[in-house]
Design a protein around this ligand. Structure first.
Ligand code: SF4
Ligand code: SF4
Length: 398
């Protein structure tokens, strides 16, 4: 199939032709781009997101790390219609950027997912706090409602099934602030998917899904059960940390990773977190030709046995660690910094762990780490390499 994506050269040319002369295209330039690329949505396969009935291109945008509205514009003008953000991304600036970008776009030409975290066990003020969180997200987005609202980064089944949580979510929907409900999870636990299906309230589950998963069979069985029950599935972390080595120097073949995930037709769409035009072009090229080739299959098979940056969340380390550290979360913080090169998210992840004396972890073991990581990570070395980020002022972090 012919790749009709807007590449960076075309983007600059079109912006200049429209009189922008720079990366920031005013409304007139955006119109020119839109006219030129209007039909591109038809180039992507479209899948239905469970019982929401939403028809989405298989490629969506994880806006998380993007801070250039022109990348959002290029994605939108290329036919991407679904944009995923969260209350906490870039301290709210991510939602604000989307709000400013979409304020003059037809509301039925795009859909937005945002997410909100809560502390568990719940505080007495949970309902009030969580409603204020959603209201602030809507204010930043300059919208009356979002299509999808996810409780964010759930780890335990009780965070999925908690009655107060579910009642609060139902009220969001009844108040018209949210069209459909869901939760997101990095936990790689099929039991969370089953809990979500059984709860009956979640229309969509956003989950980590990639070729490195060791519990792939159980995960895919849970997804298939969810699809039968009407739940829609969106995939993230398909690129397993964005690099194929442990040092974070060699970029992974993003197209192969995306195509692998699309092979599962139960995945409605994927939200890769592209941040620039080249990365967008790679994603578009994959979406326009989504069949996984034999050489791409071989490439991924080769990576399956290789140590990379993706933690399997098997939990083995939490029992072995002498200080009972949340090692898998620390490994996630490491992946954000060394894989995605997203240092601010790495620091945010570390701060959320509320570790006492976080700058001095592992001292009691003095070079004698007890953890035998099932992915082969030298977890003590990675912890030593990531915790200094806590000392770096936010303004210096990417
Ligand atoms: S043992 Fe390794 S792969 Fe398993 S959760 Fe811990 S760090 Fe992750
Ligand atoms: S060195 Fe290993 S066992 Fe000791 S605290 Fe660190 S991660 Fe845990």
């Amino acid at each position: 199939m012919k790749n009709k994506s807007v590449n960076r050269r075309d983007f600059f040319r079109l912006s200049a032709a429209a009189g922008a002369g720079a990366m920031i295209a005013p409304a007139s330039a955006a119109s020119a781009l839109r006219t030129t690329t209007e039909s591109k949505a038809n180039d992507f396969p479209i899948r239905t997101l469970g019982r929401t009935g939403m028809k989405l291109p298989i490629l969506s945008m994880g806006v998380m790390r993007a801070d250039n509205p022109n990348v959002v514009r290029a994605a939108y003008n290329s036919g991407i219609t679904h944009f995923d953000t969260a209350h906490g991304y870039q301290n709210g600036r991510n939602e604000e950027m989307l709000g400013n970008f979409f304020k003059d776009k037809p509301r039925n030409s795009f859909s937005i997912a945002t997410k909100g975290k809560f502390q568990y066990p719940l505080k007495d003020s949970f309902e009030q706090d969580y409603t204020a969180l959603l209201d602030l997200s809507l204010k930043r987005l300059q919208m009356d409602y979002v299509e999808l609202f996810f409780t964010h980064a759930l780890e335990k089944p009780e965070e999925v099934t908690g009655e107060r949580i579910i009642n609060c979510l139902k009220k969001f929907k009844a108040d018209g602030k949210v069209k459909y409900l869901g939760f997101s999870t990095h936990a790689l636990k099929p039991e969370l998917i089953h809990a979500g299906i059984d709860a009956g309230v979640y229309d969509v589950i956003l989950l980590s899904y990639n070729f490195k998963l060791k519990n792939l069979k159980e995960t895919e069985e849970a997804i298939a059960r969810g699809v039968k029950a009407g739940v829609g599935f969106i995939a993230m972390k398909t690129m397993t940390g964005a690099v194929e080595d442990t040092e974070g120097k060699k970029k992974i073949n993003a197209q192969a990773c995306l195509k692998w995930a699309w092979e599962n037709e139960n995945i409605a769409t994927i939200i890769p977190g592209f941040t620039n035009f080249d990365e967008l072009d790679e994603c578009l090229a994959a979406a326009n030709n989504p069949a996984l080739s034999a050489s791409e299959k071989d490439y991924l098979a080769m990576l399956c046995d290789k140590e990379m940056l993706f933690c399997q969340r098997c939990g083995k380390c939490s029992e072995e660690c002498a200080e009972h550290l949340p090692v898998s979360e620390l490994m996630r913080a490491y992946m954000y910094a060394y894989g995605y090169k997203y240092a601010s998210l790495s620091k945010e992840t570390l701060l959320e762990l509320n570790l006492p004396d976080a700058k001095n972890l592992c001292r009691s073991c003095a070079g004698n780490c007890k953890v035998k990581c099932s992915s082969g990570f030298d977890v003590a070395a990675k912890i030593a390499a990531i915790t200094p980020i806590l000392e770096v002022p936010d303004m210096l972090l990417t």
